[in-house]
Write a protein that binds this ligand. Structure first.
Ligand code: GLC
Length: 446
C-alpha cells in the first residue's frame, strides 16, 4: 500500500511503518485497553455513531508512518460519546494556504471547526480576532506546568491561554558523517566552518551541493531568516513587537551571508531560491549534499533505507552561528485551538485534552516524527528508542527562537518573504531590508 509523506513523497507503507504491533501497543497507551485493535488499521466504522456528539477537527496535513486521520480514528474508536469528523487542510509547508483555510472557516463564526490546529505564529492573530476560545478555565495550573514553559508561553495572548501545546519543531543542521570524517572535518560550529568544509568536500568532487536550505518565498524563508539573523545577534522585531530591527547591521550581514552561500561561496545552488522543505531535503537524502538545514521530520526519512541513500550516514546538530554569536533554531510547531463559537464546548475540550495528552503526544512523536511539548514525554524511554535524535537535541527544541509575536504576523511575514526573496536574488541586501523595515513599521503601527 502506498502512502504519501510530507511534501508529496510516495513511500511504501509496509516498509516505513513502525510495525503493527508497536503501533497497537502505543495506541493502547493512547486510547486505553478497550481499543479494538484491528479496527484502527482496517475499518473506521464507529459503533452508535448517531448517538454521539459530532465535532469537526481541522488540521494541516501531517504524514509519517501514520496520518492525522488515523489518529482521529484512534480517538473515535476509544470512546462512545463523541464523533470527530476530520477536515484536512494542506501540509504546513503550504503555510499561506493553511492560514487562508483556517481564516475562511473561523471568520464565519458558525462553530466549525470545533477544534483546529494552528501554526505557533497565528495564535496571537486568532486570539486577537476573538476566534479562539480562551482555555484558562479548562486547564489547571498543574496541567499547564506539564508543558515546556516556552511552548506554553507561545500559546498565550494578552495573558490568556489561547491554545494548548501540540508539538515543538525547530530548525537543525543535518550533515553527512561519512563525508566529514573522510575530510577530517569536525561538525561546523560557525557559518565560516560550514563554508570551509562544504567547499572542500565539493572541490574534492564528493558532493554536488555543499549546503541545502530553503530560500523559497514562503513561510519557511522567515524561519531560515530568524536562524541566520539571531545567530548574528540580530532580530526582526524587538521584544516590544514594534521596533523593527531587520535593517540593523547584524541582520543585514546575516542576509548578506544567505545571498553569499549562493552567489559568492557557491555552496548552495541557485535553486535554493525556489526550494521549501521537501525540494531542499530531496538532494540530501539522495546523497548529493553535505549539509542541510531542515526540521525534525527529515530524520526518520533520512534513516529509512527505502527513502534515503544515506541511511546510517546522517548526523544532526545545532545550526552554526556567526563568530561571536550563538546557535539559533527557529521555533516551529503547531498547537491546538478551540473555536470560540463551538456549539459543543464540552466535547471539543475533551477531544482537545486527548490530543494534547501524554500518550497521544507519544504516538504523534513515534508515528509522525513530531516532537512532544511535554518534558515527561520528551524524556521517556519510548521516545528515546523510537526517535533518539530528539532527546540528543533537546536543548535545540527547548531553546528555539520564536518568530515575531504579533496579531499582524501574517502581514509581517508576507512583507518580509518578498523583501528577503528579492535580497537573496539581486544581492541588494541593505536597500531591500531598509524598504522592508519601512513596510514592517507601517504594519505593526510604530
Ligand atoms: C514547519 C514549522 C512551522 C513553520 C513551517 C514553515 O512546519 O513547524 O512552524 O511555519 O514549517 O514551512
Amino acid at each position: 500500500m502506498k502512502v504519501r509523506l510530507e511534501g508529496g513523497r510516495e513511500g511504501d507503507r509496509t516498509a516505513i511503518t513502525l510495525g503493527r504491533r508497536a503501533f497497537l501497543q502505543l495506541s493502547g497507551l493512547a486510547a486505553g485497553a478497550a481499543l479494538a485493535a484491528p479496527a484502527i488499521l482496517k475499518s473506521t466504522t464507529i459503533a452508535n455513531a448517531a448517538d454521539r456528539t459530532p465535532i469537526t477537527f481541522a488540521s494541516a496535513k501531517f504524514f509519517g508512518n501514520r496520518t492525522v486521520a488515523e489518529m482521529v480514528d484512534v480517538f473515535n474508536q476509544s470512546q462512545s460519546r463523541i464523533l470527530v469528523k476530520y477536515d484536512e487542510l494542506p501540509p504546513p509547508s503550504a503555510s499561506t494556504e493553511v492560514h487562508q483555510g483556517l481564516v475562511q472557516r473561523l471568520a464565519k463564526k458558525d462553530g466549525a471547526p470545533d477544534v483546529f490546529t494552528q501554526d505557533v505564529v497565528w495564535i496571537a492573530e486568532f486570539a486577537g480576532a476573538g476566534w479562539a476560545l480562551p482555555l484558562d478555565q479548562y486547564v489547571s495550573a498543574e496541567e499547564a506546568a506539564a508543558y515546556f514553559p516556552g511552548v506554553l508561553a507561545a500559546c498565550k495572548w494578552n495573558g490568556k491561554l489561547s491554545a494548548l501545546p501540540w508539538y515543538v519543531d525547530s530548525g537543525m543542521l543535518y550533515y553527512r558523517k561519512d563525508l566529514l570524517e573522510a575530510a577530517g572535518a569536525a561538525v561546523p560550529q560557525t557559518w565560516d566552518d560550514l563554508v570551509k568544509t562544504a567547499t572542500e568536500i565539493q572541490k574534492a568532487g564528493k558532493a554536488k551541493i555543499g549546503f541545502s536550505w530553503q530560500g523559497k518565498q514562503a513561510e519557511v524563508l522567515i524561519c531560515d531568516l530568524v536562524e541566520f539573523v539571531t545567530s548574528h545577534g540580530g532580530s526582526i522585531l524587538a521584544a516590544n513587537g514594534k521596533t523593527v530591527e531587520i535593517a540593523e547591521p547584524n541582520a543585514v550581514a546575516a542576509v548578506q551571508f544567505m545571498y553569499d552561500t549562493i552567489a559568492k561561496y557557491r555552496i548552495s545552488p541557485t535553486d535554493v531560491r525556489s526550494w521549501d522543505e521537501e525540494p531542499s531535503r530531496a538532494p540530501f537524502t539522495a546523497g548529493d549534499a553535505v549539509f542541510l538545514r531542515n526540521w525534525s521530520y527529515v530524520y526518520p526519512i533520512a534513516q529509512d533505507p527505502k527513502a534515503s541513500s544515506v541511511d546510517g550516514k546522517v548526523g544532526v546538530a545545532p545550526l552554526p552561528h556567526f563568530a561571536g554569536g550563538k546557535s539559533a533554531a527557529c521555533l516551529g510547531g503547531y498547537q491546538y485551538g478551540v473555536n470560540a463559537t463551538t456549539r459543543h464546548r464540552e466535547a471539543a475540550i475533551e477531544f482537545l485534552k486527548w490530543l494534547s495528552s501524554p500518550a497521544t503526544q507519544l504516538l504523534f512523536a513515534t508515528e509522525l516524527g513530531l516532537a512532544p511539548s511535554r518534558p515527561a514525554v520528551f524524556d521517556s524511554p519510548e521516545l528515546g528508542k523510537a526517535q533518539p535524535f530528539m532527546q540528543t537535541l533537546k536543548p535545540v527544541f527547548v531553546g528555539a527562537t520564536p518568530r515575531p509575536v504579533t496579531p499582524k504576523y501574517s502581514q509581517v511575514s508576507l512583507a518580509l518573504q518578498s523583501a528577503v526573496s528579492r535580497a537573496i536574488t539581486n544581492g541588494d541586501v541593505e536597500a531591500e531590508l531598509k524598504r522592508a523595515k519601512a513596510n514592517l513599521e507601517r504594519i505593526v503601527g510604530k
